[in-house]
Design a protein around this ligand. Structure first.
Ligand code: IMP
Length: 180
């Protein structure tokens, strides 16, 4: 199956059923983790909205949920290297365990920047749950603890992830064709 967005062609990579399995596995691990107190989940917008909605419905631990819009991609297919939006988060995080929810960890810059920002505000701990992980482009220092699936270093869309704001609504995940 293929989708076309503008001049770009994407082919089916991970079906909605497979995504559901991965999200279940992540939720189980989060449920089994010993949390010193209810974690504060931070959903990184926009890409993580679908992952978050599915994940929290499978969580059995007490928690609270906040949303933070961060961006480093603009409308390009690669990270700009600068994360924007960190200062817009005004929720008190002191003495809380934090669980960052990311659709996809690519270079790791987004989670690394947010982690450092939170650690300066006196959080107890920072964990990361991500649906997808690109080990080939990861440059961070700490691997995400709760990870659905590793994928090659190619651009993907669907299940919340976009190309120039298109494709977020797709229930499956598609990969850019002719990507190497
Ligand atoms: P990082 O900071 O390089 O790890 O990039 C993380 C963010 O970039 C994610 O939250 C996504 O919004 C976006 N991103 C990274 N790779 C892709 C992709 O293949 N498709 C769509 N968005 C991506």
């Amino acid at each position: 199956m293929e989708v076309e967005i503008g001049e770009k062609k994407f082919r089916l990579m991970i079906t909605a059923d497979e995504i559901a399995l991965r999200v279940n596995e992540i939720a189980q691990k989060i449920n089994q983790q010993e949390w010193p107190e209810p974690p504060l989940l931070i959903c990184i917008l926009k890409g993580s909205f679908m992952f978050t909605a599915d994940l929290v419905r499978r969580l059995q631990i007490p928690h609270s949920l906040e949303f933070l819009q961060l961006s480093s991609y603009a409308n390009n297919l690669t990270s700009s290297g600068e994360v924007k939006g960190l200062d817009s988060f005004s929720v008190s995080v002191q003495n809380r365990p934090i669980l960052i929810l990311e659709d996809i960890v690519d270079t790791g810059l987004t989670i690394e920047s947010l982690r450092n920002h939170l650690l300066h505000q006196g959080v107890v701990s920072v964990h990361v749950a991500c649906l997808l992980f690109k080990p080939g482009s990861f440059k961070g220092s700490i691997l995400p603890e709760f990870c659905g699936q590793s994928i090659p270093d190619n651009f993907v869309i669907g299940y919340g992830m976009d190309v120039a704001e298109q494709g977020r609504n797709l229930p499956d995940i598609y990969v850019l064709e002719n990507a190497n």
